[in-house]
Design a protein around this ligand. Structure first.
Ligand code: ADP
Ligand code: MG
Length: 324
């Protein structure tokens, strides 16, 4: 397949729902936000051997590429509208892998919404790399920022925390875990919290998705909001697999607090917020409070401060961010 065929056969079907994509037959797409909406734009890039394992299935790699971007849109309260994809395929890659990649991307775009409206396809002498730009929409002026949390606000998280990081610790460091299949699924197919994100408009004072780890990403909200936060480890929402893993090896608590790749949301809500309404969409758990000051403190069950040796993953598989 030459480049033109690749684009037309594999990628053009993924843009069919958007007239402004012109069937990926033009030099560029033309889009306007719906009346009264702003575009919200984000990009994430992944490299084989760094952000995904070389033997990960092609459709799972594509799904993850899309979902990490959708997670950013979710954190901003945005609805997915369009995507641009730069695909760097190794010269010796077999066609079946590319087809699997396009299928995984197409299935997920069909599920989550939006359309592929453009990109570039190149051959690379190095590992596979992919860069996806996601364009979402929010009612004008309503994008949820990292700035905006106030002292006294609740620190809330969605879903369960730490599953993906436990999978990585298991796979890379050989750490013993329970419920390994659940943990792997959570790593490979993170669930972008788009419906929750939309509901957070006008409710969350600040929000961020958890890609680098809860402590690190909550730290980003604190930094941008000019506040501090304190969380209680005992309140962390854990999957049965994560809870059993920590029960068998208490040191894994730190992995859960500081490990990345969950793609849940962490947000600030006023103390009188209706969290039950949010939890009807995706379970929401209060894990702490914002406070005057700066930085994130984590308290153990006895109320003493936990000393963490690292604050988060730097996205990269196997590359830890050292120190706090
Ligand atoms: P040019 O070389 O003029 O930039 P290309 O031949 O690279 O154009 O691309 C032709 C069309 O196909 C453009 O609309 C471009 O956005 C689209 N396209 C190319 N690669 C991809 C891709 N991987 N995913 C989506 N659209 C793509
Ligand atoms: Mg052109």
């Amino acid at each position: 397949m030459d480049e033109f065929e690749t684009i037309q056969r594999l990628f053009a079907p993924l843009g069919r729902s958007e007239p402004g994509a012109f069937g990926l037959g033009d030099d560029a797409a033309a889009l306007a936000p719906a009346p009264g909406q702003d575009f919200v734009l984000t990009k994430d890039a992944i490299v084989g051997g760094v952000h995904f394992f070389p033997d990960d299935p092609a459709d799972a790699v594509a799904a993850k590429l899309l979902r990490v971007n959708l997670s950013d849109l979710a954190a901003k309260g945005a609805v997915p509208r369009a995507y641009l994809l730069a695909a760097g395929f190794p010269a010796d890659l077999d066609g079946a892998w590319m087809e699997g990649f396009a299928r995984g991307l197409g299935d997920d775009i069909g599920h989550f919404g939006g359309a592929l409206v453009g990109g570039d396809t190149v051959s690379t002498p190095g590992p596979a790399f992919f860069s996806l730009t996601a364009i979402g929409e929010v009612p004008s002026g309503t994008m949820i920022r990292r700035a905006g949390a106030r002292p006294g606000d609740l620190v809330c998280v969605s879903g369960t925390i730490g599953d993906a990081a436990l999978h990585v610790a298991h796979r890379l460091e050989g750490r013993a875990v329970q419920g390994a299949e659940h943990l792997e699924r959570r790593y490979r197919f993170p669930e972008p919290r788009l419906a929750l994100g939309r509901a957070l408009r006008g409710v969350a004072r600040a929000a961020c998705d958890i890609s680098d780890g809860l402590v690190a990403d909550l730290g980003h909200i604190c930094e941008q909001s000019g506040v501090g936060a304190v969380i209680e480890a005992a309140k962390l929402p854990l999957s049965p697999a994560a809870a059993a893993s920590i029960a068998a090896d208490a040191a894994l608590l730190e992995t859960v607090l500081t490990g990345g790749d969950d793609y849940e949301l962490v947000f600030a809500a006023a103390p009188d917020s209706d969290l039950a309404a949010l939890s009807a969409i995706t379970p929401v758990t209060v894990v702490g409070r914002f406070e005057e000051g700066h930085g994130v403190r984590v308290l153990d069950g006895a109320g003493s401060a936990l000393k963490l040796s690292r604050t988060g993953w730097r996205h990269a598989v196997g590359t830890k961010e050292a120190g706090a």
